[in-house]
Write a new protein. Structure first.
Length: 314
């Protein structure tokens, strides 16, 4: 039996050696063969050099260096496309996904009761309060609008059977939101709760704006609710405008009172114009994603690797 460990890395020069030491120590103690797939997502520091050094001294290490920074979703997909294991795990190199959980996850899968064992954080200790608050609101929002459930505190860290990985690879959409994809494909999932662990080294690459954009992508990818909102809102505004027009006409015919107020009229026009632009912006987001999907550009391009039979473009 082969276990594949996929580790997407972006500027993890400091954390990667510490992760490798801990992860390999855990993997060596597990009753299976393993491969460590290190995916360099266009790092700007010495991450690739560290990967090459590890690959030279350890035959378990396979590095995949992307031609540029494609993003974590693409790096994960590159790992899924090239993982050969009967069981496949994906985890971060910053040690926020504790390798010590892997033996228990594998043991749970081997019972045959589940197809996936995933980790979820039950606390956000160490995170800025504002960031934690927005994260919780995001999970409530996406689960309210989407038919696909995304568990609060869910991490990308999970161990899956080959059948589930093949299903994820078959979903070749360009705009990827893996937390939603993991849930959408189904399969029986067991959740392991754990306390939040801070980075072992380096700095997070996720800014507040980056997380906000990622959250919006998740909502748009797995919900048509924003489009439904635009349609309903447009209908309500049309009815409201018709009633206001009737009011103005009746007021003029019956009472002979012309409608005055240039300032209030302009305020209404500007308000309605702003709402129209907002609605067009929502429609534009869906249209932009459709445009990207229609181009059929590759998700990733691997420029350098030490692996054999690697899928370099997909």
């Amino acid at each position: 039996m082969l276990l594949s460990l996929i580790v997407p890395c972006y500027d993890e020069e400091e954390a990667l050696p510490l992760f490798y030491k801990e992860c390999t120590a855990v993997a060596e103690g597990m009753d299976c063969e393993y491969e460590l797939l290190l995916v360099n997502d266009g790092s700007r520091d010495g991450t690739l050099s560290v990967m090459k050094d590890l690959a030279e001294k350890d035959s378990h290490v396979v590095y995949l260096s992307l031609s540029r920074n494609f993003g974590k979703e693409a790096a994960m997909y590159a790992g899924f496309c090239n993982a050969r294991g009967d069981y496949v795990a994906v985890m971060d190199a910053d040690m926020q996904d504790p390798p010590s959980l892997l033996p228990g996850m594998l043991e749970k899968l081997r019972t045959g009761e589940y197809d996936c064992v995933a980790a979820r954080r039950v606390s956000r200790a160490g995170e800025p309060p504002v960031r934690s608050w927005f994260a919780r609101r995001f999970y409530k929002l996406i689960n309210h609008f989407s038919d696909t459930e995304v568990v609060d505190g869910a991490r990308d860290f999970r161990l899956m059977k080959r059948e589930m990985v093949d299903a994820i690879v078959s979903m070749s959409e360009y705009n990827r939101f893996s937390k939603g994809l993991f849930s959408w494909v189904g399969f029986r999932t067991f959740w392991i709760p754990y306390e939040n662990v801070e980075r072992v080294a380096g700095k997070t690459k996720w800014s507040f704006w980056g997380l906000t954009k990622y959250a919006l992508d998740g909502i748009i990818n797995f919900s048509q609710a924003p489009l439904s909102f635009v349609s309903v809102f447009g209908f309500i505004m049309t009815v409201f405008a018709f009633l206001m027009l009737a009011f103005v006409v009746i007021r003029k015919l019956i009472f002979g009172d012309p409608v005055a107020g240039w300032a209030s009229t302009m305020s209404v026009i500007i308000f309605v114009g702003g709402l129209q632009l907002f609605c067009l912006g929502i429609i534009g987001q869906y249209l932009a994603k459709t445009y990207l999907e229609a181009k059929h550009r590759p998700h990733f391009i691997i420029a350098e690797t030490n692996g054999d039979g690697v899928t370099k473009i997909k």
